[in-house]
Each structure stands twice: as C-alpha cells, then as structure tokens.
Design a protein around this ligand. Structure first.
Ligand code: HEM
Length: 456
C-alpha cells in the first residue's frame, strides 16, 4: 500500500491543533503552504488527519471510493441536538431516508415552490421600501438570514415564521457556536457528551434547541390538524407526510422531527451566507455589479422572475458561483475512512479522518488563476471549459452531496435578481470582511450596508 504523506511531525501537532481551534482557516492555509496539497498529520497510533485539496482526490473520496468512507466524527456533536436526520445519519438509516426524501427535491417539485420564494423576497423589499430613506442601513447578514428563514418556513413547512425570526436566528447561531466549541474541545476525542458539558456556555444550548423544537412541534401539530384537502402536497411537509418507504410505511414522528430540524438548520443559514457575501463582493466590484444590473434589467424587463428565466441570468449565476467559490457556506467537508484506501499514492487507514475543504479546493493555484480575486468571468466560457468537475464543490459531491442544491440555487438566484431590480447595496466604511468560522462561514462582524432604491 501507498506511502505516508508529508505533514507535521508529532511535536508540531499540538501547535497546529491549537491554531486549528483558534483560527481554522489560517491553520489550513499554513498547512498547505508548508506541506503541499496532500498532507498527513498523525494524531494517534494508526490514526491520522489527512488533508486533500486536488480535484482528483476530492473526486476519489467523495465519489469514486465513497463506499470506503462515512461521515466524520466531527458531525457527532450535531446529533445531540438535531438527532439523526439526513446530515448526521449514516448507513442503512441514511439510505432509507435519502431514498424517501430525494424525489421531493426534484427540479419539478422545487420549481412549484418558486412563487412562495418570490413572495418572501417581495415582502422583504416592501419592508425596505417602507423604511425612511435616511434609515436604510441594514446588517446584510441579518436581513438575508431573515429572508431565507421566511423562505424555508413558507416552502418547506407552509408556516409563517416571521414572528419567531429573532428567536430562531439566535437559536441557530447559538447551536452553531455550540457545535464549534464541542468539536474544538479536546474531550471530543473521548466522548462528545463529555466535551459538551465541559465547554463554556453549554447551558444556553439546550435552551436554543428547545426553541427550535417548540417551533417545529408547532408546525407539525398545525399540519396534522389541517391536512391538505385534496391530497395535493402544498409544501415539503405535506410531501413528506405523504411519502412512503419501499415497504409502504410512512415516516414516524421522531424521524419527522429530526428531518425537519435538519432542513431548518441546513436550509437557511447556508443560503443566507451566500447572499450576504455576494452583496459584500459586489459592493467591492462596480463593474460586476453594473453588469448584473444590466442583465437583470434586460432579461426581466421589470417583471417578476419565473423559473424559466433563471437559465438566462448567466452573469447572475456566475456572480453567485464566484461568491460561493471564495466564501463557500459549507467551508469544510470531512469523512472517516471505514476501510483502508489509497489516495494520490498515500495510504489512508481505517479510522482516519480525511478533510476536503471547499475553502481550499476552491483556491487551488493549479486550477484557479489568481485565486483570491473576485472574478465571476471565470465561470463563463471559454474560461470555464476544461476545468475539473470537482474543483468547485460548494454542494459537496457523491451520494452525500447536498440534497437541497436545486432549491438553494433557485432561491439565491431569484433573490439576487429581485433585490438587484429594486436596490443597490453599498458597504458602509469600516466593515471587516473576515469570516467567522462555525459550521458555516458567516461574516464575523455586522455587515452594515446602505440601501439605495434603484427605480420605482
Ligand atoms: C447555498 C446553499 C447551500 C450550500 C452551499 C449547501 C452545502 C452543502 C454541502 C457541502 C453538503 C454536503 C456535506 C457533506 O458532504 O458532508 C450539504 C448537505 C446537505 N444539505 Fe445543503 N447546502 C445549501 C443549501 C441547502 C438547502 C436549501 C437545504 C434544504 C432545504 C439543504 C439540505 C442539505 C441536507 C439535508 C444535506 C445532507 C445530505 C445527505 O447527507 O444526504 N442544503 N449541503
């Protein structure tokens, strides 16, 4: 079997782990600049951390040899709160759930939800319109989080969650911090429960999940009391209640709760971060923004976008791709090897953890010219042709790839187009665009932006 890869020696590991805890992105940068794009850090006898950032290695791990890997131990703390939904489960349970849920995220089903997405965006824009011009300074991250939460509420569960916005926003933020703290607590190696109770702030976490549980139970109870009249699903929750496993049985209440909380957690923060970073990047690039405004004005001519319009918004989509390249909402993807493997000539032992971080894969200098620059043109032909498929993995890849990618792309494209039709967002001076690294990559500080009304 293959050789061992370059990487830090045993005496360097504690320093690297400390940096990984305090500043994960810098520790990643430092590691690849010192050791290259295939790195091994031995952390226990027979067990290593591996870092791979070349597209062919990503493809090997996430697609070609995916059966040799399971979700990494780093997802375990999430199970404590969100249970065993699609993100956190593995093996037979995951297979059964994915088979049940996959059809609900087909293009046809998602396109049917488009009018609800449009209504949510319009509601936010109308709220902005009502704000006196002098007060039109918003935290773009908070606005986008509110918007995507409304969209999740309306499209997935048919619920108006606007009254719960602040509570949910804080609960999700608290839980993301919690998961991050637990993962970075050294006791995680022994037991996630032990890590949980020895991490600062753990008491507030149960309150956060209680908030989310309360909202989700209310949504389920309302639906059970008010089933769809004609049997036609109005949203994902109806569809999930109507779906049947291969043996004809329906989803039970516990699994329903876990899946709904999973969609809640996975389905709004990610898209919100994508939009917030996009507005930040556009405010730094007048040329890209003007081209976006021209495209939206020409293709839509003042109309509300329909699903068929989205294919014509080529620059809009290139802007969003470039934004997710630089700020991938899910910045790291990790797997634990369940069988021995060899990646790029390097031996991966069972029990070892492999990390394929979109954040670095998207900056690989062998693939991306001038990788730190915001340059949406690179997603258009001719520059986009010939690039390896797994050089760009905002939604992961293989069987465990994002189930919500069609949904997310429709949502962010619509939102960016509709917001651009009415508003231009300018960053207030003094914003520090540093990302805060939790489960997702959100802006560290308030992203204060000034809203300019474009037309009436
Ligand atoms: C821009 C927005 C989004 C991004 C960048 C994103 C990214 C990702 C990534 C990278 C994964 C794979 C993680 C891994 O392999 O370990 C994933 C999985 C997942 N995502 Fe998304 N996601 C987004 C939006 C959504 C939405 C809107 C939903 C649901 C409505 C969703 C639901 C899920 C679920 C359930 C999984 C787990 C799938 C499985 O393991 O079977 N995501 N997402």
């Amino acid at each position: 079997m293959g050789r061992d890869a370059p990487g830090p020696g045993p005496h360097q590991i504690p320093g690297l782990l400390r940096l990984a805890v305090t500043d994960p992105l810098r520790s990643l940068y430092q590691t690849v600049s010192r050791y290259g794009d295939v790195v091994e850090a031995p952390i226990a006898p027979g067990r290593s951390f591996h870092l791979f950032t070349r597209p062919e290695h990503v493809e090997h791990i996430l697609v070609a040899r995916q059966s040799r890997y399971g979700k990494a131990f780093t997802y375990r703390p999430l199970q404590e709160w969100i249970g065993l939904g699609l993100i956190t489960s593995d093996g037979e349970l995951w297979e059964r759930q994915r088979r049940l849920i996959q059809p609900l995220f087909s293009y046809r089903r998602v396109a049917a939800l488009e009018p609800l997405m449009v209504t949510a965006v319009r509601r936010m824009l109308d709220d902005w319109d009502r704000t006196p011009e002098s007060g039109r300074v918003v935290d773009a991250a908070v606005e986008m989080s509110g918007l995507t939460l409304d969209i999740v509420g309306a499209t997935l569960f048919g619920a108006d969650l606007s009254g719960d916005r602040d509570r949910i926003f804080h609960a999700v933020e608290t839980l993301q911090d919690a998961v991050t703290k637990v993962i970075r607590n050294p006791f995680t190696w022994v037991s996630t429960t032990m890590a949980r109770y020895t991490s600062p702030g753990f008491r507030s976490w149960d309150r956060a999940i209680a908030t989310i549980d309360e909202v989700v139970s209310r949504v389920i109870a309302e639906r059970r009391a008010r089933p769809a009249d004609d049997g036609a699903p109005r949203d994902l929750l109806d569809a999930l209640l109507a779906a049947r496993y291969d043996d004809g049985s329906a989803i039970d209440d516990k699994q329903l709760r876990d899946e709904i909380i999973t969609f809640f957690m996975a389905g709004h923060e990610t898209s919100a971060n994508c939009l917030a970073w996009t507005f930040y990047l556009l405010s730094t690039s007048p040329h890209a923004r003007e081209r976006l405004e021209d495209e939206v004005d020409t293709v839509l001519a003042g109309r509300t976008p329909e699903p068929e319009d989205l294919d014509k918004l080529v620059w809009t989509k290139a802007v969003l791709s470039e934004s997710m390249r630089l700020y991938p909402p899910v910045w790291t993807v990790e797997r634990d090897a369940v069988e021995e493997d060899e990646v790029g000539g390097v031996r991966v032992r069972p029990g070892s953890t492999v990390v394929v971080p979109p954040y670095l894969v998207h900056r690989h200098p062998g693939v991306w010219e001038n990788p730190e620059a915001f340059d949406p043109e690179r997603f258009l032909p001719p520059r986009s042709t010939g690039r390896p498929k797994y050089a760009f993995i905002p939604f992961g890849g293989g069987r465990r790839g994002c189930i919500g990618n069609v949904f997310a792309l429709m949502e962010v494209t619509l939102a960016l187009a509709m917001i651009t039709q009415r508003y231009r967002l300018d960053l207030l001076p003094g914003f520090d665009p540093e990302p805060k690294v939790t489960v997702t990559l959100r802006p560290k500080h308030e992203m204060a932006m000034l809203l300019h009304r474009r037309s009436r």
